[in-house]
Design a binder for this molecule. Structure first.
Ligand code: UGA
Length: 443
């Protein structure tokens, strides 16, 4: 099938590349010419495992192209995915100006039937506005459908998630739109994936409800982690104990420094606002946000409780990205940690396998903030090592080497990535594991 994707951020790029990889003909449009040449050579400007490979393969096969000619992209196909940003505005509401802009451009270039698909995360009933906008700005009375097909791609595993969906949700208002989606996702349903066909409003709401639920799950386990610290129980024993209940599930019950990224913080805020606009107080989500913010504060307190004075101490930080597998630092816990520690006069030695370049745009290198391209180099003469992102390479470290390099063998782990029993010889602190214990699990 021929597919147009508008927007070449994390969602647009992964969606465009993966649709091409399925054998479709894809034209992906972006507003500016920035990175266009690179993209047309198969070089991604974002780090997403597997993405560059499929981009290159599909460019070679002539199945995907990038353009900044929006009119050409709209004319190219009858299925248009809107994958533009919906950032948070000052009020907490999602800023939908990019969606509106695309809707107007579609309207101005509408000369045959189009299925317009919202993939960006938008508040419930945004499809009504998109429809209204297209009707207002199009010259002739040409048939079109506006539908919602929210994405559930996680950064770092976006390509895998696209190809292995738990479910595909589409919200449609016509039989025609429904038929197109069934054909588009046929290779998935044939392999047993669930395609849920619902209304556009329900599909829009499902997205916000999913992300908010997952954020709530993380805050819930983080609150229990706090309690575990007070009563001397290892949080992992609780996460396992409740996670085996299939109604709860073990996923997203990893306690740590809290959630970040471009989705959960923004979507929880937007969902609170959506409820408020309808006269509802979503206190549950307000508390979710509060617990999440507290995790960062408590981590800083933990550092102070361990090191006492930070001034002139060498503190190494491993992990700047908001999660493993990405170079994205939006709402990353590392931002708050570095900002606050920097105020205390500590010498910060930063390492991340992918996010350094983005982080350097926020925190320039200076006498107190140094960046390293080798994680061991960053540890030299350190008084403490902080783990802020759960990168796999941190889990496989040579602990003897680490101990040999550091001035003091202190590790404060914000992601609980180490098994306490292998930390002999270290002063090791983590989240919700003041006392280390393990349940025996027999299957
Ligand atoms: C999230 C959702 O998981 C996707 O389904 C959704 O499509 C996406 O938002 C989006 O709306 O675009 P993402 O933010 O990329 O994906 O990453 P997650 O894997 O969900 O992690 C979010 C944050 O939660 C990270 O900071 C991560 O470290 C943290 N997290 C996750 C925990 O602290 N504990 C966990 O057990 C799991």
């Amino acid at each position: 099938m021929k597919i147009t994707v508008i927007g070449a951020g994390y969602v647009g790029l992964v969606t465009a590349a993966c649709f091409a990889d399925l054998g479709n003909q894809v034209l992906c449009a972006k507003k500016t010419s920035k990175n266009l040449d690179k993209l047309n050579k198969g070089i991604s400007h974002i780090y997403e495992p597997g993405l560059s490979e499929i981009l290159k393969t599909n460019i070679e096969k002539g199945r995907i192209e990038f353009t900044n000619d929006i009119k050409r992209a709209i004319d190219f196909s009858d299925i248009i995915f809107i994958c533009v940003g919906t950032p948070q505005s000052d009020s907490g509401k999602a800023d939908l100006s990019q969606v509106e802009d695309v809707a107007r451009q579609i309207a101005e270039n509408l000369d045959n039937y189009k299925l317009i698909v919202e993939k960006s995360t938008v508040p419930v009933n945004t499809h009504q506005w998109v429809k209204k906008t297209i009707k207002r700005y199009s010259k002739d009375n040409i048939e079109f459908d506006v539908s919602s097909n929210p994405e559930f791609l996680r950064e770092g595993t976006g390509v895998y998630d696209f190809n292995n969906p738990d479910r595909i949700v589409v919200g449609v208002e016509s039989e025609k739109a429904s038929t197109i989606f069934k054909e588009l996702y046929r290779s998935f349903t044939e392999k047993g994936s669930t395609l849920l066909i619902t209304t556009p409003a329900a599909a829009e709401l499902i997205k916000h409800a999913s992300n908010s639920f997952l954020a709530m799950k993380i805050s819930y386990i983080n609150m229990i982690a706090e309690l575990c610290e007070k009563v001397g129980i290892d949080i992992n024993m609780i996460a396992d104990g409740i996670g085996y209940d299939q109604r709860i599930g073990r996923d997203f019950l990893n306690s740590g420094i809290g959630y970040g990224g471009s989705c959960f913080p923004k979507d929880v805020k937007a969902f609170i606002k959506i409820a408020e606009d309808h006269g509802l107080d979503f206190g549950l989500l307000k508390e979710t946000e509060k617990i999440n913010a507290d995790m960062r504060k408590r981590f800083l307190e933990k550092i102070e409780n361990v090191l006492w004075m930070n001034k002139d101490k060498n503190i190494t930080i491993w992990g700047l990205a908001f999660k493993k597998g990405t170079d994205d630092i939006r709402e990353a816990p590392a931002i708050d940690i570095v900002r606050e520690l920097n105020k205390t006069g500590a010498n910060l030695r930063l390492y991340d396998p992918q996010a350094r370049e983005n982080f350097q745009k926020l925190f320039l290198e200076n006498k107190n903030i140094k960046y390293f391209s080798d994680k061991y180099e960053a540890l030299k003469d350190s008084d403490a090592l902080l783990i802020i992102t759960e990168w796999e390479e941190f889990k496989k470290i040579d602990l003897n080497k680490v101990k040999g390099l550091m001035r003091l063998p202190i590790i404060i782990d914000g992601r609980n990535i180490y098994e306490p029993e292998v930390m002999n010889g270290f002063e090791y602190y983590s989240i919700g594991r003041e006392k280390f214990e393990k349940s025996e699990i027999m299957k």
